[in-house]
Design a protein around this ligand. Structure first.
Ligand code: AQP
Length: 325
């Protein structure tokens, strides 16, 4: 029996290279080894202001981008969170064993509360409990994520432990799996690359747009003039080179940036070409997939059907153990 893997992505905007390097690339890599369930977590995305008319398009986009990036629906399950009502049912139950103090410590809540002062809702606060329910509903053991989600997985483990102690052994404790790029910074070089901050390169960005965004991206801020030597170790774009450029190019840039033989524009051009090369096949596949929304809906509904069976069985076990029969 393969171990089960669960992970999710919010349909809160354009899927970007931070999501890809931090999570999706690992998802694709792990498909063979695990029984994989990938979820488009729309109930999470509604915890911040959004346009209802836009949501369906965002969900289909997230599905198309992820499939184009390598989540073959014949080899894994991909579905939408709100299509399986048991996620919120289990979340309610888990709410009753999650201490408020633990939720108050969550850095994502603190960051999002600062970012959305006008809408600090209870859903934003209990977001990690729903996330724990997402994983535990399927008894997921491996959870490939970016660094920003590690604290939430630690909490999911604590919740699983607490449930097991109180009601009897039910849930395995989920383990996070980090990629070699667990935190990609945005093009501003200051904050995490995020859909909602607009500081990203999307996975399906056109070559022109990739260049436009990179041309204004922040590099080593100590390098004021073309003739100043650069410091690759503090340049955010050098980090991106490490993920998109060939070893010989990275080694050369590491030398010629320091000696000011190369300027930031030339360095950005090399990076732009390499990102375009790495993403073109994803964009082409995405463009085919997004034209056929019926086919995408069929994939998502078939995924939800399979998940529903697993979710029903977990909920029956949970309710029985809790005396809710
Ligand atoms: N910058 C990042 N570097 C590495 N990994 C990242 N992830 C997100 N940003 C980075 C990982 O991508 C997966 C899906 O993310 P998500 O959609 O669940 O939500 P998020 O972490 O809140 O991502 P965003 O892009 O920052 O969205 P918004 O702006 O809507 O909040 C997760 O595994 C995440 O760790």
């Amino acid at each position: 029996m393969k171990k089960r893997l669960f992970s999710g992505i919010q349909p809160s905007g354009d899927v970007h290279i931070g999501n890809y390097l931090g999570a999706i690339k690992n998802w694709v890599r792990m498909i063979e080894q695990y029984e994989c369930i990938f979820c488009i977590v729309d109930y999470h995305a509604i915890t911040i202001e959004y346009e209802p008319k836009e949501m369906q398009r965002r969900i289909l986009n997230a599905a198309a981008v992820n499939i184009a990036a390598g989540l073959d629906p014949n080899r894994c399950i991909i579905f939408v969170q709100s299509h399986v009502a048991e996620h919120t049912e289990l979340a309610w139950i888990l709410n009753t064993i999650t201490p408020m103090g633990h939720l108050e410590r969550m850095t994502q809540f603190k960051d999002k509360a600062k970012q959305h002062r006008e809408n600090i809702n209870a859903g934003l606060f209990t977001y990690p409990v729903l996330q724990a329910a997402d994983i535990l509903l399927y008894k997921g053991k491996a959870v490939p994520i970016g660094e920003d989600q590690v604290q939430h997985i630690e909490l999911a483990r604590e919740i699983a432990r607490k449930f097991n102690m109180r009601y009897g052994e039910t849930f395995p404790e989920p383990q996070e799996v980090l990629s070699e790029a667990p935190r990609i910074m945005g093009l501003d070089g200051k904050t995490k690359m995020s859909k909602s901050l607009g500081n990203y390169i999307s996975l399906v960005e056109t070559p022109e747009s990739i260049w436009k965004k990179l041309s204004t991206a922040v590099t080593d801020e100590n390098r004021k003039r073309r003739t100043d030597p650069g410091n690759p170790e503090i340049c955010n774009l050098f980090t991106l080179h490490k993920h998109f450029s060939k070893k010989e190019q990275i080694d050369r840039i590491n030398v010629v940036c320091r000696s000011a033989e190369i300027g930031c524009i030339e360095c950005k051009k090399i990076l732009s070409e390499n990102i375009v090369e790495a993403l073109t096949h994803i964009r082409c596949k995405y463009e085919q997939l997004i034209k056929n929304s019926d086919q995408l809906s069929d994939i998502l509904h078939a995924g939800a059907k399979k998940c529903k069976d697993i979710a029903n069985s977990t909920m029956a076990e949970v309710k029985k153990k809790m005396g809710l029969v």
